[in-house]
Design a protein around this ligand. Structure first.
Ligand SMILES: Nc1ncnc2c1ncn2[C@@H]1O[C@H](COP(=O)(O)OP(=O)(O)OP(=O)(O)O)[C@@H](O)[C@H]1O
Ligand SMILES: [Mg+2]
Length: 497
């Protein structure tokens, strides 16, 4: 029955309290196959992979490896069976070296008798095998770029002789050059017979990379299809249950007065002589490679980091936001890219997270919260962007990755800002919800809000922006008006060629 499959997950069911996260889901992966796992936010992709990796326990169902049924009751069981998962948030120790991280299991096992030379050699050999001789095994992992950290994570899996590797949204933190490198590695792994399970919301990647595609919807299994036999349109309709005619909805915003003007901004080592303006009703894009200084620029303007020199004018007045609170008080909002660290209070309820930046809207004159009004606001707002959640009183960390992003976004929509920075607003968000988020941004622009969107997705920059600033190594390397925004120009400025 299980002949020829490396992994078979059969009839897997999983509940979280009242939520049925997985309902009789099956997945079959061949040896040496790249198998994409797709579905909307909250569809159950990560949960299924956490069951495979021993992080969660299934309620029902069976798992077979090479045709034999196995019990996976802990992460160690999965490791011993050759299963490795690369999560979006890496599990590396930033203060240890590359070599130590790669051999971390052995370090724990051998105790005091560590053969450092051998560790370095293992790491060096593995890195060389993947074509990354440039990474020094003696470097602290915390000093590496995110892309290189991911390489280390992959090496760690390979030295454990993993022959099944799960990538859960690996490219969300990477830009185009790094993504190409990652794809090279994945193809090489496939050639060596490793089975790959690949989760991503970027359908172009799915088509570029995968052999077969399994679609989940609302915790249920939809279908498994060969990538070569299906179109993007059909795939989207399988995922969201309807066709999406327009990824980037039309916007009827009037571009008006200048809201924000930044001149010759210098801040720390990452922001050098940056100047730009944003007008009312305008969506200004910030493009560039990871580490180009886009987030750092906005953090400095927002009062989160210190400004060394330069001038910020907001509604015609020079301002010096010394703390994000001052910025927010002036109607300047910021949706940060790292929702785990800055965007959400994961241990607090969804309701509190949504109304956090604007609690005055649901309080009366005596500062007493009108709970009925608050509940209604929260519900309308979250449903407006199709957020999937159980109760508004559940903690934010019970949400799937993409739904956390929607709550983080809702908070700023609720706050009546006049100018908002959206830093990678659709990272990890499914195609249907992306369009919802674009609609929200358009609506804000139509209401006269000035919007700054930092994005590493070129299609989104091209589809959404009135104007785009490209940054490279801390400086503005180019500026393009709507009609001139296209891929080659963006790459040219981003890479400095
Ligand atoms: N630890 C948990 N506690 C409660 N509910 C959870 C937990 N983990 C997941 N869920 C719920 O299970 C469902 C499936 O979530 P999962 O994270 O698997 O989705 P996903 O397909 O990976 O989505 P995304 O694309 O947003 O990452 C969601 O409704 C989510 O809220
Ligand atoms: Mg997920």
């Amino acid at each position: 029955m299980q002949d020829g499959y490396k992994i078979e997950m059969k009839d897997i069911t999983k509940h979280f309290g009242g939520v049925k996260a997985l309902n009789h889901v099956s997945l079959k992966i061949k040896k040496g196959e790249i198998h994409a796992l797709i579905g909307e936010n909250g569809a159950g992709k990560s949960t299924l992979m956490k069951i495979l990796s021993g992080a969660y326990q299934k309620d029902e169902g069976q798992i077979f490896i090479d045709g034999k049924e196995v019990k996976i009751t802990s992460p160690k069981d999965a490791k011993d069976l050759g299963i490795a998962v690369i999560y979006q948030e890496f599990m590396l120790a930033p203060d240890l070296t590359v070599a130590e991280n790669i051999s971390i299991d052995r370090l724990a096992a051998t105790g005091a008798l560590i053969d450092w030379r051998r560790l370095k050699k293992i790491a060096g050999d593995q890195l060389a095998k993947l074509g990354f001789n440039t990474i020094d095994p003696g470097t602290k992992v915390g000093n590496l770029s995110i892309a290189y950290q991911q390489i280390v994570e992959i090496c760690k899996c390979l030295t454990r002789n993993a022959d099944v590797i799960v990538f859960d949204e690996p490219t969300a933190v990477l830009t185009f050059t790094e993504i190409e490198k990652l794809f090279e590695i994945i193809r090489r792994l496939k050639a060596e017979g490793v089975s790959i399970i690949y989760i991503s919301h970027r359908l172009d990647e799915i088509f570029e990379l995968s052999d077969n595609i399994t679609v989940l919807k609302d915790g249920g299994y939809v279908d498994t299809v060969p990538a070569s036999s299906i179109t993007k349109e059909i795939l989207v309709s399988m995922m969201v249950g309807r066709t999406i005619t327009q990824m980037f909805p039309k916007r009827n915003a009037r571009i008006g007065e200048e809201i924000l003007k930044v001149e010759n901004l210098n801040a720390g080592t990452m922001v050098k002589d940056v100047s730009f303006t944003v007008r009312s009703g305008e969506i200004l894009g910030f493009s560039g490679l990871v580490g180009a200084g886009r987030t750092e620029t906005m953090r400095a303007v927002f009062g989160a980091d210190k400004i060394d020199s330069g001038k910020v004018t907001y509604f015609g007045k020079e301002v010096h936001f010394k703390h994000p609170k001052e910025a927010v008080g002036s109607g300047f909002g910021f949706l940060p890219e790292d929702r785990k660290k800055q965007g959400l209070l994961l241990e607090q309820s969804i309701r509190i997270n949504t109304t956090l930046a604007s609690i005055h809207k649901v309080t009366n004159k005596l500062d007493i919260i009108n709970h009925k009004r608050e509940k209604k606001y929260v519900r309308e707002l979250l449903e407006g962007i199709n957020t999937k959640y159980g109760s508004a009183e559940d903690n934010a960390d019970s949400l799937s990755g993409g739904n956390q992003q929607k709550v983080a976004l809702a908070k700023w929509v609720f706050a009546d800002c006049k100018c908002i920075v959206f830093d990678e607003p659709t990272r990890g968000v499914d195609v249907g919800a992306k369009t919802e988020i674009y609609k929200i941004m358009n609506k804000l622009a139509e209401e006269g809000v000035g919007i700054i969107m930092i994005s590493s997705e070129m299609t989104e920059i091209i589809g959404m922006c009135d104007r785009v600033i490209v940054m490279r190594q801390g400086r503005v390397s180019g500026e393009l008006n709507k009609e001139l925004i296209e891929e080659n120009a963006l790459i040219k400025y981003a890479m400095g060629v």
